[in-house]
Write a protein that binds this ligand. Sequence first.
Ligand code: 5RP
Length: 241
Amino acid sequence: MTTPTIDTRNDQDRAKLAAGRFAADKYCFDGARLGLGSGTTSHYFVRALAEKVRDGLQVVGVPTSNGTRDLALELGITLVDLDDIDQLDVCIDGPDEIDPDGSMIKGGGACLLWEKLVARTSARMVVVADHTKAVQTLGRFPLPVEIVQFSWGTTSKAVRALLGEHGYPADLAIVRRERDGAPVVTDNGNFIIDVQLDTARDVAELTVQLNEIPGVVENGFFVGIADEVVFGWPDGSAQAY
Ligand code: 5RP
């Protein structure tokens, strides 16, 4: 007997593609005002949406990052500014982790600020995820926290102190860096610190308390925001929950 070799990366890509296409089919109606997420799964969605636009579907989108803006424009999707509309109909975006309650960690692509702003301005948020993003407890994926450059040292220290009060070990918060060692700079000109929680506790409290620290712009916990999740599977199928 030979055991088949599973190429996880390709399986994951197939699952992301399935979730993205499913979301474009199910949630994008004529006249829809859409939040366009960031990351590879969301970009599969944007590509599937663009096919529908080429076939005559009329929508407008608000991108959650410069990367998504560039992709959408290249594919011919009409974009508007977030402040040009009161409310979006639906925002479609991907998580880094999602638990059974729909709480998420986002910001693996450093786009968490616009992602949260756009999600909060949408009547509904639909999460598009491959099967690997489902977790029982958040925290294996490091929590991104966007902080201003000016006070990055002081703010990181305050973040560590807060985590200490919640029983987390010290030295968890690390500034995210590019391959060349330079700090990652977000679309808003800020830095990101990644916090390795392992097993996240007090998620609702931390979501609020982290943002109260001077210098913290936003954190990557998305609690009570997701309305529906579409999971894609390695066999190319997808389902909404
Ligand atoms: C970017 C994000 C992404 O949505 C998240 O990282 C998921 O990305 P992918 O679909 O590539 O796995 O939060 O800030």
